[in-house]
Design a protein. Structure first.
Ligand code: DX5
Ligand code: ZN
Length: 222
């Protein structure tokens, strides 16, 4: 699939989501951060907003659920029109059942890990997943500094994915910018979430191209 850029709408103008999506025509996905003020200390939006955005946006929705009890709530985000649904493994009671349910409803199933959560206990789950999200900040807010301590885990996850075979995407989220994207790509990431880097740029769509070029230059599989 190659390199993909999924700008985080958390850094966009919530009063103009349709126009903000149109401003980033080069984006492969729209990353939408769902926070419940329990799993993370911040509150954003839910399935009704995703449903409204999915109806007007050209790009598919990449829903990142930072919520407790994703087992109960994740299916409603597929029904709202998300093409990819990411749940946090720290919050899921039955991650295998949940991944299967997301896929059965017709979306890509993705599992996220916070910075201190290791990938190794979940290696046998890879066959149930379309994507793994390695958080490169503690989830909850945009604009935080990239955590270099996550790079070895990106490398180990890439190795496990290669060993497993099949096409499983490896997403990074948090502090991804022109200063950090090359490190992530070199470590093996192929889907890049960027919020403040994209929407803080004078020309968000040009920033997407810049980020894509920087990542592509590191991508050994290209
Ligand atoms: C943080 C969210 C991110 C956030 C990234 O918990 O999951 O998607 O919007 O923002 P930046 O790119 O500014 O770090
Ligand atoms: Zn996110």
């Amino acid at each position: 699939m190659g390199i993909q850029i999924s700008p985080s709408m958390l850094s966009s103008d919530f009063a103009n989501l349709e126009a903000e999506a149109a401003r980033i025509a080069g984006a492969d996905w729209l990353h939408v951060d769902v926070m419940d003020n329990h799993f993370v200390p911040n509150l954003t939006l839910g399935a009704p907003v995703i449903e409204a955005l999915a109806k007007v946006a050209k790009q598919p929705i990449d829903a990142h659920l930072m919520i407790e009890n994703p087992d109960q709530w994740a299916p409603s985000f597929v029904e709202a029109g998300a093409g990819s649904v990411t749940f946090h493994v720290e919050a899921a009671a039955a991650p295998v059942r949940l991944a299967r349910e997301i896929r059965a409803l017709g979306a890509r199933a993705s599992m996220a890990l916070k910075p201190a959560t290791p990938i190794e206990p979940y290696r046998d789950m890879l066959g149930e997943l379309d994507m793994v999200l390695i958080m490169t900040v503690e989830p909850g807010f945009g604009g935080q500094s990239f955590l270099d301590l996550c790079l070895p885990k990106i490398e180990r996850t890439r190795t496990l994915i290669e060993r497993h075979g099949g096409e499983i995407w490896l997403q990074v989220d948090g502090g991804v910018s022109v200063d950090t994207i090359e490190r992530c790509a070199a470590a093996g990431a192929d889907v890049f979430v960027a919020g403040s880097a994209v929407f803080g740029a004078d020309d968000p769509d040009a920033m997407i191209s810049t980020l894509r070029d920087l990542a592509s230059a590191q991508d050994v599989d290209e």
